[in-house]
Design a protein around this ligand. Structure first.
Ligand SMILES: [Zn+2]
Length: 436
């Protein structure tokens, strides 16, 4: 007996990369579409009238007449333990870590606290239409256990890992190079590839790991190509200067990671604001991904990520979108896109709404080398979807009335939308959130 479900509405997805081809042409739009889901995967998608004859008898059809059906959002950089300290006043990166982040993360030695925050975090994520994320836990293995246990319960496709940090941090948040390796290996063996859960080797950033710890992180990755790596790169000018001091022999901040064998496919580097052309060329060649975190970069005054330099078709770098909670100010990728648009404007570029939504869905999946599983609506893809309501508030309803194209409607959503715009969220074909 198969489990089938069908969703009817305006379908938006991608058939191409809108940074390489005409953005409007890359966007695939079905005015009245039908998505047939079977056993957690998309079996068929097309115009309602054409697809209806293929609907298995007895299948429930859920109709969202005024909404858009999109692939679920992908968040390529976020810290679940920092959810309670979102919106912490006044500091830039290094002081912000000392004053707010480390005390908040030290509470995750308590498994009950870790489960509670993991549950709230995943609930919030799904309320925002995000179905996959690359997630930092804390230095405590129990913070990873808690996160994966809660994610497995929801069957969400999540990437997460234990933070490695053996220096320049408070004693209760420090591991050792060998201890961090052993704990990571045990977690990796238990969780990586178990259902939809995937492990990421997670050095916080170069200043809090010794050279020995970074090398052991590289050794962990060398054991299994399918394991992820996540860290931070060149977010803030003081941080970059500190790394230069700590690793004087390396050409650049990125080179610290490259030297340890960390820069490779499925490596996700958060921020990458203060990087140069040779760094971007290394990123292109290696197949790693950069996570653009607009609300965080503006909140901490870190600088402006040069998205269009990174996406240069002559040596394109894989880029995804990150909320970077707790430095980010919203878990909603619509809010990330709002700020990404403004950052692009400030650097002399225009972020087309098709490019923006691609970054939040198909592009994010591609950045993570998961585009064969998630990020688009097509036969065989896993049915992680969000239902977007372009008229969630009276103002948005008014604005939507004047939209004369799907691009304009998407633009109004990314500028005015947030969690209220998410009518429902589906994970592997099962509804996991419905707006009240
Ligand atoms: Zn971060």
């Amino acid at each position: 007996m198969h489990d089938t479900l069908a969703l009817r509405g305006r379908v938006v997805t991608f058939r191409d990369n809108p940074f390489v081809t005409d953005p409007v042409a890359a966007l695939h739009h079905e005015e009245d579409g039908l998505v047939i889901i079977r056993d957690g995967r998309i079996e068929r998608m097309g115009a309602y009238a054409d697809t209806l004859p293929h609907l298995p008898a007895g299948t429930q059809v859920v109709h969202y007449p005024d909404c858009l059906i999109s692939a679920g959002f992908v968040d390529t950089h976020v810290h679940y333990p920092q959810l309670p300290m979102i919106a912490a006043y006044g500091e830039q990166l290094l002081e912000w870590l000392e004053r707010y982040t480390f005390p908040t993360e030290s509470r995750f030695c308590d498994p009950a606290h870790a489960h509670d925050i993991a549950r709230r975090f995943l609930t919030e994520l799904l309320r925002c239409g995000t179905t996959t994320a690359a997630v930092f836990c804390t230095v405590h293995p129990q913070s990873v256990e808690a996160f994966f246990t809660e994610s497995e319960r929801l069957n969400t496709l999540m990437i997460a890992g234990k933070v490695l940090m053996d220096r320049n941090a408070p004693p209760d948040l420090r591991d050792t190079a060998q201890g961090g390796y052993d704990d990571s290996l045990a977690l990796m063996e238990h969780w990586h590839g178990r259902g939809r859960q995937m492990y990421a080797v997670t050095p916080r950033f170069a200043p809090t790991s010794s050279e020995e710890q970074l090398e052991l992180a590289g050794a962990l990755l060398a054991r299994d190509d399918s394991v992820f790596m996540q860290t931070h790169l060149a977010e803030n000018v003081d941080e970059v200067a500190w790394v230069r001091q700590l690793f004087p022999a390396r050409r650049s901040y990125l080179d610290v990671y490259a030297h340890a064998g960390l820069v490779r496919p499925r490596a996700i580097l958060g921020h990458a604001i203060h990087v140069d052309e040779p760094d971007l060329a290394t990123c292109h060649d290696s197949g790693c991904a950069l996570a653009h975190c607009p609300t965080s970069n503006l909140f901490l005054g870190s600088g402006s990520f040069r998205l269009f330099d990174a996406m240069d078709p002559r040596r394109p770098v894989r880029v995804g979108l990150g909320t970077d909670i707790g430095a980010g100010t919203s878990l909603s990728q619509l809010q990330s896109l709002n700020e990404a648009y403004k950052i692009a404007q400030g650097t002399g570029h225009r972020l087309h709404p098709a490019q923006a939504f691609w970054l939040a869905t198909a592009g994010g999946a591609r950045a993570l080398h998961l585009d064969h599983r998630i990020g688009t609506i097509a036969p065989g893809m896993e049915a992680d979807l969000c239902i977007l309501d372009p008229a969630a508030t009276p103002l948005q309803a008014l604005r939507a009335q004047s939209c004369d194209s799907i691009s304009d409607l998407l633009f109004s959503l990314m500028m005015l939308g947030d969690d209220r715009s998410i009518r429902a969220t589906y994970v592997a074909g099962r509804k996991v959130h419905e707006r009240a």
